[in-house]
Design a binder for this molecule. Structure first.
Ligand code: GSH
Length: 371
């Protein structure tokens, strides 16, 4: 067991699903350990400064928090089936899709779980036995009620507000249809093996829409190609998958275009809105201080409607990762990315101009003000 990694998390958890599918695909020797109350409130808090999951512990005893940093860590040590494409457009698109899957989908995941009471029994069972494995059921249920209360308290902030349900439902129906059509043609988002794009998107779809009873039955089961993709992501049976190619010539499948256009029309305005608030705050921020976890509301397009959610500065750190990949490219590669972006209406992404950010748990610290 000396080379074994430990992933602390729950199947219920968005970002645990992402890290879990990734570690399985990479064939990394690891065990998934449930997070109990002591681990969540004491060990993880002490090691990472946040009450959060997933966290991965390396064979050397290092605690790594954040699914993207977990992926970075493993990619550097297991170079066999890399999940960031080599070619410029696919590389940039994969990273952008990861950020979108991680951040844009949070309201969808929270809505499909918490707006439908029938999902609670699974949450209560799984979270209860994970949190307090040796306690009687009624004590477990009390502990779960507390955790559920904490999560429900976040609903308004992430945009899960009754007056927005119709817009979210319409958006989800349309996007899930687009993804179902795409997966009817392609095994994964960019071709025949998964990339960070797939791991980002599977966060919401594995633990929430794909596993909670209401959305699994009402949203995912009617879309069999989407269901099959979630299952492929969760159980990558075939070790030869990594050798299967992405689309040739740095192409992106036309079936993904509607999704990408929506990202440029919706997610990029979200980034712009968050960035504007962060810029306005910078002059008042003491050096080395993290930005608040959430700021004021941002209003963005969503499908045919409008959507309000609180700005989360962390989201800019994910966008910074994508823009860093662009900055590291040769001028020729950058030109290819720019051409691709302008064909899909996405040039504004490159003009974002984010103040350099460092991550600290679930928060970010502007480097210009860092001590
Ligand atoms: N961006 C982080 C996010 C981790 C995260 O938000 N985890 C959720 C569970 S899926 C959590 O623990 N949230 C607690 C909180 O937001 O206070 C990652 O990629 O790992």
């Amino acid at each position: 067991m000396k080379d074994t990694y430990t992933l602390y998390g729950w199947h219920l958890s968005y970002f645990t699903g992402k890290a879990l599918c990734y570690l399985r695909y990479k064939r990394v020797p690891f065990v998934l350990r449930d997070v109990d109350m002591y681990t969540l409130l004491r060990r993880i808090r002490r090691k990472t400064g946040a009450v959060v999951m997933p966290v991965m512990v390396t064979p050397q005893g290092e605690w790594i928090q954040d699914s993207s940093v977990i992926i970075d860590h493993i990619e550097a040590r297991f170079p066999d089936s890399l999940v960031l494409p080599d070619t410029p457009v696919q590389r940039f698109a994969a990273s952008l899709l990861e950020a979108w899957g991680d951040e844009w989908w949070i309201p969808m995941a929270m809505h499909t779980r918490w707006s439908y009471p029938e999902n609670y029994a699974l949450f209560e069972h799984d979270a209860g036995s994970a949190l307090l494995p040796f306690m009687p059921g009624f004590v477990q249920r009390m502990a779960v009620r507390k955790v559920a209360g904490r999560l429900r308290a976040m609903l308004h902030s992430v945009g899960v507000r009754p007056e927005q349900f119709a817009v979210m439902d319409a958006w989800m129906a349309q996007t899930l249809d687009q993804l179902d059509r795409h997966f009817a043609q392609q095994p994964f988002l960019l071709g025949a093996h998964p990339t960070v794009a797939d791991f980002g998107l599977v966060g919401s779809l594995y633990g929430h829409q794909g596993r909670d009873p209401w959305p699994a039955r009402e949203l995912v089961a009617p879309r069999p190609h989407l269901r099959a993709w979630i299952d492929r992501m969760a159980q990558p049976q075939d070790g030869s998958l990594a050798a299967s190619p992405l689309l040739a010539d740095d192409r992106i499948a036309p079936t993904l275009e509607p999704v990408l256009r929506a990202i440029f029309a919706e997610f990029v305005p979200l980034l712009q809105g968050i960035n504007a608030q962060v810029k306005a705050l910078l002059p008042q921020l003491a050096p080395g201080r993290p930005l608040p976890r959430t700021l004021k509301d941002v209003e963005v397009p969503m499908g045919g409607g409008r959507f309000l959610r609180a700005a989360i500065p962390y989201t800019l750190w994910m966008a910074q990762r994508t823009l860093d990949l662009y900055r590291a490219m040769t001028p020729d590669e950058q030109a290819k990315v720019r051409d691709w972006l302008s064909a899909l209406g996405g040039e504004a992404l490159l003009a974002l101009d984010i103040a350099r950010l460092r991550r600290a748990g679930l928060r970010v610290i502007p480097e210009s003000s860092a001590a």
